[in-house]
Design a protein around this ligand. Structure first.
Ligand code: SF4
Length: 434
């Protein structure tokens, strides 16, 4: 938990390996660390920095020097101000209250629950344009113009759970189940690697056939053959399992909370306990993962205040990757006939999340692209900075539909979104892929 009266520093290591080793060393000596995306002015594309408080910065420096961790710089993490923001916004058609919240953003002050509710509640075009301008500017200042592109392999659609919104839930009446072999997964990993991508997301239902031994084997093989960064998204596991995967080289973990409203959480997740989900997320953070979470906009019973609380939760938990998508009803589930979430509300949540959480990865989600063909471009224009390619082989992907009519984001559609949003492609993407 952040202490607002302290200064914080960002430690930039000379390489990703040094950063990961350094961060582990610091944690092992009891220093509280957080991994955060590096500011664009200090790091290479989507580099990660180690964030520590002023009370331990000297000790941290000494330890890193003692263990020969190469450092490229240490910078004070100064709250980002957006000077001149209000000058760019026409004051006449924006309410005083709305302007006063934006002036807090301009001054680098934290937003309260009431501020967030006010921003998300607005439906006036001029105010929304001002909000999106602010979020886009914040994204540019804290993380730069490059869009990070990652590849996701949905390697098993078998799940022990029955989340009511999910199209691969255990009691789905007609879904054809599949489980990719390790060789099949690695074949796709190599394709992503040959495109130049640096991160692969290994995602599945909670499929316990994938035992810790099998997952470790897979992690080792991906690391040995490609050295790609690995994001795991395999659901709730024990702390020991999470620790094991981290030890073996997994870098990031994605475990969404979906909503911080306990009643809605219980309704949508009949098998899950809210406190345990939060506990899992805390374990992941303690273990040094780049910690992913996210929310669904438009869940039954959800209010604007719930969305505001979700955003504050991401900030307070120090979440690094935040996926926000609209609720989309999936065929064969209890929620099949509910109305979908709203695109504009989702964009507002993305924008405010950027303003509140600042230096985080925010994907332009597949769910947004599924409900609106321009959804990813729109998200990139209001604070998002990452796109996830759906890289599951054709023969399987139609059976991994968490929601129906899922848009299968491929490289071409990602490139289109990046260009339409007038953003930059990552330099690691091979030239013949552009
Ligand atoms: S949301 Fe995740 S845990 Fe829930 S049923 Fe779907 S795959 Fe399983």
């Amino acid at each position: 938990m952040e202490n607002k009266s302290l200064k914080y520093f960002l430690i930039m290591a000379g390489s990703t390996n040094h950063m990961l080793r350094g961060e582990k060393l610091l944690r092992e000596t009891g220093i509280e660390t957080a991994l955060v995306p590096a500011p664009s002015e200090y790091g290479s594309v989507c580099a990660i920095a180690i964030r520590v408080s002023e009370t331990v910065i000297q000790e941290a420096k000494d330890i890193l020097t003692q263990y020969n961790i190469s450092l490229s710089g240490i910078y004070e993490d100064i709250p980002k101000k957006l000077s001149g923001l209000l000058e760019r916004i026409s004051n006449q058609i924006i309410s005083e209250d709305f302007l006063s919240v934006l002036s807090k953003v301009e001054d680098g002050r934290d937003l309260t629950y009431d501020d967030i509710v006010l921003l998300i509640s607005s439906e006036k075009r001029a105010e929304l344009d001002a909000l999106y301008t602010a979020a886009d500017r914040m994204r540019q200042e804290v993380i730069g113009d490059v869009v990070d592109i990652r590849g996701a392999i949905e390697f098993s659609n078998i799940c022990r759970k029955d989340c009511n919104y999910c199209g691969i839930r255990n009691s789905h009446p007609s879904l054809e189940r599949y489980r990719m072999s390790e060789d099949e997964i690695c074949e796709v990993v190599h394709q992503l690697h040959s495109m130049g991508l640096q991160t692969v997301i290994l995602q599945s239902g909670e499929d316990l056939w994938w035992t810790p031994d099998k997952i470790v084997h897979l992690i080792r093989r991906v690391k040995k053959e490609t050295n790609m960064k690995i994001t795991l998204s395999i659901g709730e596991r024990s702390r020991e399992e999470y620790a094991l995967y981290k030890e073996e080289g997994a870098n990031n973990f994605l475990l969404k909370i979906e909503t911080t409203n306990r009643d809605i959480f219980k309704n949508i997740h009949p098998d899950d306990d809210y406190d345990h989900r939060v506990q899992c997320s805390n374990w992941l953070k303690e273990l040094g993962y780049l910690n992913g979470s996210g929310s669904i906009i438009g869940l039954p019973g959800q209010k604007v205040g719930d969305i505001a609380k979700d955003i504050l939760y991401f900030k307070e938990m120090g979440i690094n990757m935040i996926g926000i998508g609209p609720f989309l009803p999936a065929k064969g589930t209890p929620y099949e006939f509910l109305p979908p979430g709203n695109v504009e509300m989702t964009l507002k949540a993305v924008a405010v999340t950027r303003l509140v959480c600042k230096r985080v990865f925010i994907p332009a989600t597949t769910a947004l692209a599924s409900i609106d063909p321009d959804g990813q471009t729109k998200a990139l224009k209001v604070g998002a900075n990452t796109i996830m390619l759906i890289s599951t082989p054709d023969r399987y992907r139609c059976n991994y539909q968490i929601y129906s009519d899922k848009n299968m984001i491929d490289l071409d559609s990602a490139l289109t979104a990046v260009r339409e949003a007038e953003r930059k492609l990552p330099p690691y993407l091979k030239k013949d892929m552009r």
